[in-house]
Design a binder for this molecule. Structure first.
Ligand code: URA
Ligand code: CA
Length: 435
């Protein structure tokens, strides 16, 4: 096989055979195929697309390009979850203990934040002492013991994606549905779960701004799952406004704990119940969403979900006192409250800008190497659609250094508008795809 011929074939819009795709992925990971050829190939895929068979072959070749995790020692149906990333989106911190409390083993490998979206591993590190790097053995035995572990990726999982993603990032080939779908699904398949719930975000704070594109991505991933013998359900959810009210690591852990205590309701809890219900159904613990939601709410009300979180914190070396007193989490030294300058209706017209503002304060990374400040961020006091009085607090900025405060306030003033007309609220869920 010659690489250039495969590039030309794809450029002409002809489907590739799975061996041809395997050859490209293997060759690229080994270093036999150079970046310039792989870039040309990605660009050809960008313009020509891929069939479901091709996308599945790409996903499988990528999934098995490095180490995979074997969860077969853990009894029960293992359900993994993936979110395409949003703002004030701390569903994993709530769902992992909640689902584990329902008796479903949760062996979750999570990532760090990049750009305007946060990452579960960073958030957990705002709990003093919490260890996010577990050996494979520690990870599996903890799940066997308490049904729950959340750890950072260890080992050489899906090296093909690491290399390809870095290449796509600098060659204008990120926004291709087959490339995104194979990137995400290869990592989920390598992580060893039997079933996968995908939270595909759509809107101004998401990677997919357009709802129809998000639906297409969701369908592509469900189709791959079907061909790869994994049960997959995709939920297309709104990300035009932040999901919860906290943006920033400590603040999001606080919000998650508050939801697990049953003290906070709203879109964040609602989405957790919808995703969680699908997870219980995939795991065979419930038949209908309503039945599953009732189980989950019961686990919050009885305190069992919070206890499960505490158990994980103890097992992973963290200070369990944070669950009783979130003041024990790392705190920022300064606060600035932004108030409404006029009365009217609130509209968050750019969720990404809020994530970006939190990143500028130090809550997120502009580059992978940056060190973040876990204590800083934003806390919203009002949501899209709310009726607002003049002088009413809209949000609090938590910060340690003054330098960026002026710029952050300017960004927030443009992203959060109080206008005269009532504002429509977007639905939380656009579609649930399971076939
Ligand atoms: N997230 C991923 O993991 N991969 C992509 O290609 C895009 C978003
Ligand atoms: Ca995330």
């Amino acid at each position: 096989m010659r690489t250039v011929e495969l590039i030309i074939k794809k450029r002409q819009g002809i489907s590739l055979e799975s061996q041809e795709i395997e050859y490209l992925v293997q060759g690229y990971v080994n270093g036999d195929i150079p970046d310039y050829q792989m870039s040309a190939f990605c660009m050809a895929v960008f313009f020509r697309g891929m069939t479901v068979a091709e996308t599945t072959a790409l996903t499988k070749s990528m999934a098995f390009s490095g180490d995979t995790i074997d969860l077969s020692d853990i009894p029960g149906i293992k359900v993994d979850k993936h979110s395409t990333g949003g703002v004030a989106d701390t569903t994993t911190l709530i769902l992992a203990p909640l689902i584990a409390a329902a008796g479903v083993p949760v062996a979750k490998m999570s990532g760090r934040g990049l750009g305007h979206t946060g990452g579960t591993i960073d958030k957990l590190e705002s709990i003093e002492g919490f260890q996010t790097s577990l050996t494979r053995g520690e990870f599996i035995s903890q799940v066997k013991k308490i049904k729950l572990a959340v750890a950072g990726q260890s080992g050489n999982i899906v090296p093909a994606d690491k290399k390809l993603y870095a290449l796509r990032d600098v060659t204008g080939t990120v926004e291709s549905i087959p490339l995104i779908a194979s990137s995400i699904m290869s990592k989920k398949i390598a992580a060893g779960a039997d079933a996968i719930i995908l939270d595909v975000k759509a809107g101004s704070g998401a990677f997919m701004k357009n709802i129809d594109e998000a639906k297409k991505l969701a369908q592509a991933m469900v189709a791959i799952g079907k061909k790869a013998d994994r049960k997959v359900v995709a939920v297309v959810s709104d990300m035009n406004e932040p999901l919860g009210t906290a943006i920033g690591n400590t603040l999001e852990v606080e919000e998650a704990i508050s939801v697990l205590r049953g003290e906070t309701t709203g879109r964040l809890l609602d989405l957790c119940l919808i995703l969680g219900a699908q997870m219980l159904i995939l795991a065979g613990k419930a038949k209908e969403p309503e039945e599953a939601k009732a189980i989950l709410l019961g686990l919050i009300q009885s305190g069992k979900a919070l206890d499960k979180f505490a158990e994980m914190v103890r097992c992973q070396g963290g200070n369990p006192l944070v669950l009783k007193d979130t003041g024990q989490l790392m705190q920022a030294t300064n606060r600035f409250e932004m108030k409404a300058e006029q009365e009217g209706y609130l509209l968050i017209n750019n969720a990404e800008a809020l994530g970006y503002a939190a990143m500028l304060l130090g809550a997120g990374r502009q580059t992978k190497e940056m060190v973040i400040d876990l204590s800083v961020g934003l806390k919203l006091h009002a949501r899209t659609g709310d009726r607002i009085k003049k002088g009413q607090p809209l949000l609090t900025i938590f910060y340690n250094k003054d330098e960026k405060l002026f710029e952050v306030r300017k960004i927030l003033k443009e992203a959060i508008i109080v206008g005269n007309k009532p504002v429509d609220i977007n639905p939380l869920i656009y579609e649930i795809i399971n076939k």
